[in-house]
Design a protein around this ligand. Structure first.
Ligand code: GRF
Length: 203
């Protein structure tokens, strides 16, 4: 059984999609061991409690990043988490956090990376005038929105779109992509070669 740890700061729709996939078996042999938010008021934390999951607020309270992260790492380890999923977690991770879970931290970003890293990726894509964008699930490394890509789903930008409608269609694809990516990582059938995440050779 794999233990997932979810980190979120906001509404938590990606977390809920992951929880549904765990319940339905789309992510096989896994459970959500703990949901952690850096903001006690995050709606995603309330949603986690309503589902009867372990849900913890660990706020920074003016502490240095490494100190705050150390408490989060300890909480993840106390719940035997083997895969950390950032789902709208609005803080950068310290190097110590990344080293504590090597190739075991995933993030979802609402663009086709490496295009449009950072905040408001959907609006960035809309204003740039691209005709296709999408979402990316990737491993977290020490650079923002940068680690090896696990999978992407693309979304056309329609002539009738505005940033809001585009973000909503990307979000639908995020909810599919994140569960597929988690299942792929847990399957242990893939490996990172350079920056490429590729199926392991058979046999
Ligand atoms: C999503 O757009 C995700 O790609 C980005 O933050 C947003 C989180 O949304 N990293 P939600 O809290 O999962 O609804």
């Amino acid at each position: 059984m794999h233990n997932l740890g979810i980190l979120l700061s906001r509404r938590g729709s990606n977390f809920l999609a992951i929880a549904d996939s765990v319940a339905s078996g789309r992510i096989p042999d896994a459970q959500i061991a703990v949901v952690i938010s850096n903001l006690a008021a995050a709606p995603g934390l309330t949603a986690a409690r309503q589902r009867g999951l372990n849900a913890v607020a660990i706020e920074a309270n003016g502490r240095k990043r490494a100190e705050h992260d150390a408490e989060i790492i300890a909480t993840l380890q106390a719940h035997n988490v083997d895969l950390v999923c950032l789902a709208g977690y609005m803080r950068l991770l310290s190097p110590g956090f990344i080293q504590a879970f090597p190739h075991r931290i995933l993030n979802i970003h609402p663009s086709l990376l490496p295009a449009f890293p950072g905040l408001d990726a959907q609006t960035q894509a809309f204003e740039y005038g691209v005709q296709a964008t999408g979402c990316t699930v990737h491993f977290v490394d020490e650079q923002l929105d940068h680690g090896a890509i696990i999978l992407q789903r693309s979304v056309p930008v329609l002539p009738t779109d505005d940033p809001h409608s585009l973000a909503a269609r990307i979000l639908e694809q995020e909810h599919i992509a994140y569960s597929e990516a988690i299942a792929r990582v847990l399957s242990d059938n893939y490996q990172i070669v350079g920056r490429r995440y590729t199926p392991k050779p058979e046999g």
